[in-house]
Design a protein around this ligand. Structure first.
Ligand SMILES: *Cc1c(COP(=O)(O)O)cnc(C)c1O
Length: 407
């Protein structure tokens, strides 16, 4: 076998995102055992960092060994007992996956459906809750198949009741869009390492509220999955340190470094960056005459869905982007196959260079394919320029308001 040299790619699909070189360096450090006191400090740091991004103080905040779907499965098998009614708000591929796993966990699943590309209204959810009296309600924050960001607060207000466990998927939004787990009273929230956290795939951060922890301890049947049983996993991730399975050591080094980078940037700036790059991309795409799939109010900052223009072959464009420019964007999933492109701007991949490069490359390719496109780069640049002006405006306003007193 020959040496494998990985080509450099600009990852602008719905995950994985590019990994910060600092994270790759952290990963290449020497192996420790999963009970080494030094590794245990790494675990503590990872948990503290995750509490910051989830905004919670919950003792059960940890990375499950597995990808985002393992987080999803952990939520379902730990929170559902056979026969429980589970309401799943489905308006996309990943919500459907939630419903399927909930069914396999023995839940009696009721689907509340909304058209793909739309959000759920509080009233709609309230009615479904009154009708079905579910023990568990699950929804997706950023639905990666459609590019919709579901507003959390209105649903949280309806669902914040003693008799309901709320599960939220934020695989494509944790550390990309504002999330306040404790403030919104969410009970079981899970994510994945390879999207906005900019780590390699393989870890699924989760956090449980007090109510969810109570639910764990009052189960009548043991969790069907041994590997994902939080009653056991929590013992490895707390002071007891009972061996459960060998943690993916290097991935935990990676996550620790990624969380350290987030701490340095600070959450407000991280959110502002994701928002700005999203706005610049959208302005650029629209200036090129392309249409977004999702209405302005409901667009995610992390996953952008844009309609494939009439007469253009989705795959031809994506192949040209990849082969010529090393840029990956991804096509539609399920019902949206061939209809949209999904452009991720997550974590390390959410930056100005990527936005401008993609717009320029798309202009070139679409023009060659007889769909003349221009002005995308300029329009996006204007968004950055405006943001810089607004920013400097804020700084001077602040200094006028609070003059520095000398002496
Ligand atoms: C990517 C994704 C998942 C699945 O994560 P994997 O890491 O691929 O297992 C689940 N939900 C959402 C919203 C996602 O974007």
């Amino acid at each position: 076998m020959k040496e494998f040299n990985v080509p450099f790619r600009i990852l602008m699909g719905p995950g994985p995102s590019n990994v910060d070189p600092r994270v790759l360096r952290a990963m290449s450090q020497t192996m420790l055992s999963h009970l080494d006191p030094v590794f245990i400090r790494v675990m503590d740091d990872v948990q503290d960092g995750l509490r910051q991004v989830f905004r919670t103080r919950s003792p059960i905040t940890l990375p499950i060994s597995g990808t985002g779907t393992a987080g999803m499965e952990a939520a379902m098998v730990n929170m559902i007992e056979p026969g429980d009614t589970v309401l799943v708000c489905t308006a996309g591929y990943f919500a459907d996956r939630m419903a399927e796993i909930a069914e396999r966990a023995g839940g009696r699943v009721q689907r509340l459906e909304a058209p793909w590309g739309r959000v759920f209204e509080a009233d709609q959810v309230r009615k479904a809750v009154d009708r079905h009296r579910p023990k568990v309600v699950a929804f997706v924050h950023v639905e990666t198949s459609t590019g919709v960001s579901q507003p959390i607060e209105p649903l949280a207000e309806v669902l914040n009741r003693d008799d309901i466990i709320t599960i939220m998927d934020c695989v494509a939004s944790l550390a990309g869009e504002p999330i306040d787990v404790e403030g919104n009273g969410l009970d079981f929230v899970y994510s994945g390492s390879q999207k906005c956290l900019s780590c390699p795939p393989g870890l699924a951060p989760i956090t449980l509220s007090e109510k969810a922890i109570r639910r764990l301890s009052t189960r009548t049947a043991p969790v069907q999955s041994w590997y994902l049983d939080l009653a056991m996993l929590r013992k490895y991730w707390s002071e007891v340190r009972v061996y459960h399975h060998t943690a993916p050591i290097s991935l935990n080094y990676a996550l620790r470094e990624a969380l350290r980078i987030i701490e340095e940037e600070t959450l407000p700036r991280l959110y502002a960056r994701h928002r700005l790059n999203h706005e610049a991309l959208v302005r650029g795409l629209e200036a090129m005459g392309l249409q977004m799939f999702v209405g302005k109010e409901a667009r995610a900052w992390t996953v952008n869905t844009v309609k494939v223009p009439e007469g253009i072959d989705d795959q031809t464009v994506r192949t040209a982007l990849l082969e010529r420019h090393g840029i990956e964007i991804v096509g539609g999933l399920g019902a949206l196959k061939g209809q949209v492109w999904r452009i991720g701007l997550m974590g390390y991949s959410s930056n100005r260079n990527n936005v401008l490069l993609l717009l320029g490359a798309l202009e070139e390719i679409l023009t060659e394919l007889g769909c003349p496109s221009a002005d995308g780069v300029q329009a996006a640049s204007r968004v950055y320029r405006e943001a810089e002006l607004a920013d400097s405006g804020r700084v001077s306003a602040f200094s006028e308001e609070k003059p520095v007193r000398v002496g």
